[in-house]
Design a protein around this ligand. Structure first.
Ligand code: CA
Ligand code: CA
Ligand code: CA
Ligand code: CA
Length: 394
């Protein structure tokens, strides 16, 4: 799910970190989840692969940086939700290409997130010390500073009223909203989620989502109350339609969910993973103090709210000398539609959400984006990749 590049062995060739993602939240130490470092050798296009030992998870992001200021590149590995309050890892580099898990003595306020999707470094206050932003599922709105951004969320049924649509375009929008709403209901275990859909294709797609995803690829205890509520003919139909490959995948998922984590594994996890920095589901801004310790400055900076964050990167998008932050987000399981967020750096350690002023608007479920000066005019452009709409260029 992620590749990072750095010349960790300092031989003039780029090495790689490859983060893998195995199925489901409980696959700690599953072989499929092993992360790897690929070291470039002296031969062209040749790499030595080393599997990283220790606890692993659903790796979604990683970042090479010198977190402990010893001059050697370290590695932050961010995992999607593992369990409880421990998720991400920091591996400290020895400067010769080797990495060791950071001990508990490293953790001077350096904390991860619970459902990490992205980490990015940037110097938001131009003091030449990098800050690190960690994005996750971030709906926390307790702080006043995030309320403006949080208010951009809307319920699905308001989407078509935002634009002056009529005729066919309005019908198309309403159809799309009906489908999306059904998926939200399906993802939240509403058994008649697809019943409201009138068009055949949409209903089939919704039923496939509901039955395949929610009844056969998640733990039995999770859906025990639900499976029996679904009409047997729908379950049978979906089972018949599933490919052998999909069925094998589901079996693997079920087995892995049933495998109990041993006490030794639990202890190893707690010892080797970072404690999540907050339990209130906001994004994290790790800011370094003069003594090298870190603290979460997201609340006072006003960038804690991210919605269902998938990607968040620093860049000075308006060329005023201060790093700004753009966030893409949104997921079908959320009852509200997330709006992409543009946090404009005010130059005083705080940010203001200013997407509307800068033309950065959109309610798609957006999983990825990249900065690029597409038209060579010296201003960064943005290419976003929504999961349910065509690629968008800003
Ligand atoms: Ca270091
Ligand atoms: Ca800084
Ligand atoms: Ca700026
Ligand atoms: Ca441009």
């Amino acid at each position: 799910m992620h590749i990072s590049f750095a010349d960790i062995s300092q031989n003039g060739r780029l090495d790689m970190f490859v983060g893998n993602w195995s199925t489901g939240p409980n696959y700690i130490n599953a072989p499929q989840s092993r992360d790897m470092i690929l070291r470039a050798t002296d031969a062209p296009r040749s790499y030595d692969a080393e599997v990283i030992s220790g606890v692993t998870g659903e790796t979604m992001t990683a970042q090479f940086a010198d977190f402990n200021n010893d001059g050697n590149l370290d590695l932050y590995v961010g995992h999607d939700y593992i369990m409880d309050s421990f998720s991400d890892r920091v591996l400290l580099g020895d400067g010769k290409g080797g990495f060791m898990p950071a001990g508990t003595d490293f953790n001077q306020g350096f904390a991860g997130a619970r459902s990490t999707m992205v980490i990015d470094g940037g110097d938001i206050d131009n003091d030449l010390r990098p800050e690190y932003y960690i994005g996750q599922i971030a709906y926390m709105t307790a702080h006043d500073s995030v309320s403006a951004a949080a208010k951009k969320r809307i319920t699905h049924d308001r989407l078509c009223a935002l634009e002056d649509l009529s005729g066919e375009a309005l019908q198309k929008c309403r159809k799309e909203v009906a489908f999306r709403t059904s998926l939200v209901r399906a993802a939240n275990f509403v058994t008649d989620a697809c019943a409201v859909l009138t068009d055949e294709d949409g209903k089939n797609s919704c039923l496939t989502h509901l039955v395949n995803y929610r009844t056969r690829c998640v733990p039995a205890e999770y859906t025990a109350g639900m499976v029996q509520k679904l009409p047997q003919d729908i379950i049978a139909e979906a089972a018949g339609a599933a490919s052998p490959r999909y069925m094998r995948f589901c079996e693997f998922v079920q087995q892995a969910h049933q495998a109990k984590e041993s006490q030794a594994d639990k202890t190893a996890r707690a010892e080797s993973l970072l404690k999540a920095g907050n339990d209130d589901d906001s994004n994290i801004l790790l800011k370094q103090n003069a003594d090298g310790g870190f603290a979460d400055a997201a609340p006072e900076s006003g960038i804690g709210f991210g919605g269902w964050t998938w990607n968040a990167r620093f860049a000075d998008l308006d060329n005023d000398g201060w790093q700004d932050l753009f966030i893409v987000n949104g997921f079908a399981a959320s009852p509200n539609l997330d709006h992409v967020l543009f946090y404009h750096n005010n130059g005083d350690g705080t940010f203001s959400e200013a997407g509307k002023d800068f033309g950065l608007t959109g309610y798609g479920y957006t999983a990825a984006y990249s900065y690029l000066d597409l038209n060579n005019d010296g201003a960064l452009d943005i290419i976003t990749v929504p999961t349910d709409a065509p690629v968008q260029v800003y």
